[in-house]
Design a protein around this ligand. Structure first.
Ligand SMILES: Cc1cc2nc3c(=O)[nH]c(=O)nc-3n(C[C@H](O)[C@H](O)[C@H](O)COP(=O)(O)OP(=O)(O)OC[C@H]3O[C@@H](n4cnc5c(N)ncnc54)[C@H](O)[C@@H]3O)c2cc1C
Length: 341
């Protein structure tokens, strides 16, 4: 295919990543983005070392390190603040590079560098595909491209978790990813630097409670203080998407359009960016791309489901498992992801 006409639907992490990866191969793409001001939820995001590695491959290593805040330790506590797991991040990621927490808006700003002229504010409909040789569906969990290309695919499956996200002030200058595990409830605080934290609270439930804040009344400080001061809270339902096949004809799915899970491994951005890089390596061999990516997406899905199942164990059993074999299990879940994509 010489000078293929390429359409990328969705200017999120996957779509912007794909535009850069293709450009590095000399291929320009049109990007359709339906949201004139995509802010990525207005909160923060954790980028483990394989996500930072992918950003570095795309030329944004320095920018993401400058905008983000390095995370050096992972700590899991029970809902009273007693330690379950405490690990240096390098024990998990084998020194492949830093892991960072960053404001979502900063990540999008970095990924938009040099692409302003290629992004059109437009909602994709299937007729738009006609003039293009390659259509990349990077349009997220509720992908219109997926519905068009795979009309029989199952719709996103709610995993039975609700999440609340916000950025809080008054958090110590730590380099820490810290969660408190309650019964069907989790709270995560992630240092963002500048005295701020990205906070994520979730609940195992099918429908939202009238007020989520009291759910964390029995958690220790700083959780209660962070929850009490939460403003501009983004509420969402967690859904799962997984397809055994991500390409048909001239179309291919990447990022959440192809695979979206509960964020307990924080692998969404990494998978999206790796998809982008691997796709650019394979164009126009879309089947080759799919063969290389699906096993990795499946691994993350299976590990994510395992972690979600562990949430439903009685807290005493769960905490005993985490204290004894938790560090080994935690590291093993990420080990295959240390390999380049
Ligand atoms: C609560 C929660 C917490 C998370 N935390 C983390 C984390 O800490 N670390 C991590 O790595 N991942 C995390 N994730 C997952 C991560 O956010 C996603 O995996 C990632 O954003 C996927 O990027 P994407 O580009 O595939 O999709 P999206 O970010 O959803 O981008 C899709 C884009 O397509 C656009 N679009 C949609 N439909 C159309 C259309 N028809 N036409 C044109 N444009 C369209 C949308 O406006 C959007 O801009 C979290 C997810 C959730 C729900």
């Amino acid at each position: 295919m010489t000078d293929p006409r390429v359409l990328i639907v969705g200017a999120g992490i996957a779509g912007l990543g794909a535009a850069h990866a293709l450009r590095a191969k000399g291929i320009r793409a049109d990007l359709f983005e339906r949201n004139p001001r995509p802010d990525g939820g207005g909160t923060g995001i954790y980028l483990p070392a394989n996500a930072v590695r992918a950003l570095t491959t795309l030329g944004f290593g320095d920018a993401i390190r400058a905008a983000g805040h390095e995370i050096h330790r992972v700590r899991l506590l029970d809902h009273r603040g007693r330690p379950l797991i405490d690990l240096p991040i390098d024990d998990v990621w084998g020194g492949i590079g830093p892991s960072v927490a960053v404001r979502h808006a900063d990540l999008r700003r970095i990924l938009r560098t040099g692409l302003a002229a290629d992004v059109l504010v437009k909602t994709f409909v299937s007729d738009d595909a006609a003039p293009y040789d390659l259509v990349i569906g990077a349009d997220g969990v509720r992908s219109a491209v997926r519905e068009w290309v795979f009309p029989d695919a199952a719709p996103p499956r709610p995993v039975g978790e609700l999440a609340w996200r916000f950025i809080a002030d008054g958090y110590p200058e730590e380099h820490l990813w810290c969660t408190w595990q309650g019964n069907g409830r989790t709270f995560l605080a992630l240092s963002l630097g500048g005295g701020q934290a990205y906070c994520y609270a979730d609940l195992t439930a099918a429908s939202p409670p009238a007020d989520w804040r009291p759910l964390f009344d029995d958690f220790p400080e700083p959780v209660r203080r962070l929850v009490a001061g939460a403003t501009d809270v983004h509420e969402g339902t967690i859904e799962e998407v997984f397809l055994d096949s991500v390409t048909r004809g001239k179309s291919v799915l990447i990022g959440d359009a192809a695979h979206a899970y509960s964020p307990n491994m924080a692998q969404g951005a990494a998978l999206a960016l790796e998809d982008a890089i691997v796709l650019a390596d394979h164009v126009p061999d879309l089947e080759g791309y799919a063969r290389r990516r699906i096993p990795r997406a499946r691994w993350v899905r299976d590990q994510t489901r395992r972690r979600d199942r562990a949430r439903h164990l009685p807290p005493l059993v769960r905490d005993t498992v985490l204290r004894t074999v938790g560090p080994r299990l935690f590291k093993a879940a990420f080990r295959p992801l240390l390999d380049p994509p």
